[in-house]
Design a binder for this molecule. Structure first.
Ligand code: NDP
Length: 402
């Protein structure tokens, strides 16, 4: 039995609350805090209607450490599940240290004024968490998160050494809008427009955003999609923790309409992150754009189709080269029926709930700052099958990847 404090009442936060509420024997008390109280209250109402459980809600500005510390000291949770934005990671980690509670997140820290994300800022907390006897577990969504565990699971059970890693994230869903993002638009657009970096022969190689593309056919009839190489944060931690990797790439599917809109928005300056003055006010173009775009948490009822996210690993087993593909397919409408959300938030939130569960049950709990792939993948993979994200392994899938 444990009390958890979930921070962030967006698309992912909503599903984390639902999934934790489904396990009252472990998550016996749930508190949801975010910047906008009524969003917390709406989620609490959903949970009350669906599971007859009461969720406590609170307003907090997670950019302010003293506010967070006061909240954590009042709530006294066993851990904080951070599903606010990457900008809040460090303030929430600071508050967890000060108040003496464990920490988990799904995205690495990113400064508001630089479109740059890397683990260095959070890895720098290693000694402080270790000294305090507290755990901080980083990157526990789907990618990063499940994809890290897929890699760790394959490395553990299928290979003696892994050499090539391709993470392939296909969203075969359609929400019917000409342009909308499936999670926070600001974070999504910053990620997609950043220079591409992939790992090759011991270093990151930089290429222009969206400049490398190939066609990928998903299994189980999900369809064929154009996938584009881009930088994603798990490449940094996976190449550190699996140093035998010679080449690691991350691929994501995008439709033509999405890319065309993004190009035009970029060309006219609407994706900029620096403030411009407009009629006496300072406006950050990408934040204004976010205000115009559909809220990702409203896409659930109108999104049809499936996600297919997995890892293709090539390496050596008993001196012979082999290739293995491990993936999950999730139907957007199945997610909506279960938790009133589309599959992007669902696939992020379930691994976060599972990781919190494994920490609270003690299987993974150990002081320090860790990336999820440093944990034993076996209980995680078993729980994925149990809590809505079943997975499949194909040996020698016959892909011809770049
Ligand atoms: P949303 O924008 O839908 O939700 C973010 C929530 O955080 C909002 O409720 C927002 O409040 C709240 N918030 C923002 N700033 C503050 C603040 N200063 N204090 C308190 N609350 C704040 O984003 P998502 O739910 O889509 O994403 C949540 C996290 O999940 C992000 O970090 C994202 O990067 C990560 N993610 C990870 C994925 C993975 O696979 N690893 C995939 C998808 C997302 P308000 O409602 O007032 O705006």
């Amino acid at each position: 039995m444990a009390k958890v404090l979930i921070i962030g009442a967006g698309g992912v936060g909503q599903v984390v609350v639902h999934k934790c509420a489904q396990l009252p024997e472990l998550f016996s008390e749930i508190v949801l805090a975010s910047r906008t109280l009524h969003k917390c209250d709406n989620i609490a109402q959903q949970v009350a209607d669906k599971y007859q459980r009461t969720i406590e809600t609170a307003q907090v500005d997670a950019d302010k450490v003293p506010e967070l510390v006061a909240l954590i000291n009042r709530v006294k949770p066993a851990m904080v599940i951070n599903v606010a934005l990457p900008y809040q990671d460090l303030t929430i980690m600071d508050a967890c240290l000060e108040a003496g509670v464990n920490y988990l997140d799904t995205a690495n820290y990113e400064p508001l004024d630089t479109a740059k994300f890397e683990y260095s800022w959070q890895w720098a907390y290693q000694q402080r968490f270790a000294d305090a006897g507290l755990m901080a577990l980083l990157g526990c969504g789907f990618d990063p998160g499940a994809t890290n565990m897929f890699t760790a699971y394959l490395a553990k059970h299928y290979f003696d050494e892994i050499h090539y890693l391709d993470i392939i994230d296909v969203n075969g869903g359609d929400h019917g809008y000409p342009f909308a993002t499936n999670f926070n638009p600001e974070i999504n657009i910053r990620e997609v427009t950043a220079d591409c970096r992939h790992w090759e022969n011991g270093e990151f190689v930089t290429t222009p955003a969206m400049s490398t593309q190939q066609r990928f056919t998903c299994p189980e009839g999900v369809g064929s999609f154009d996938i584009y190489r881009m930088y994603h944060e798990e490449l940094e931690s996976l190449t550190k923790h699996f140093p035998t990797i010679k080449k690691a790439q991350f691929w994501m599917s995008f439709g033509d309409s999405y890319l065309k809109h993004l190009e035009v928005l970029g060309n006219v300056g609407m994706t900029g992150i620096e403030a411009v003055e407009f009629q006496g006010q300072q406006i950050v173009p990408i934040q204004f754009l976010k205000a115009l775009l559909p809220d990702p948490s409203t896409l659930g009822p109108r999104t049809h189709g499936k996600t297919c996210i997995g890892c293709v690993v090539r390496g050596i087993k008993e001196e012979r080269e082999k290739t293995v593909y491990l993936y999950n397919i999730k139907d957007h409408q199945d997610c909506y029926q279960e938790v009133q959300s589309q599959a992007i938030s669902y696939t992020t939130a379930v691994p976060a709930m599972i990781s919190a569960k494994l920490m609270l049950e003690g299987l993974w709990m150990q002081p320090g700052v860790w990336n999820i792939e440093q944990m034993d993948p076996d209980p995680f993979m078993a729980a994925m099958n149990q809590y809505g994200l079943s997975w499949t392994v194909i040996e020698e899938p016959g892909f011809d990847l770049l």
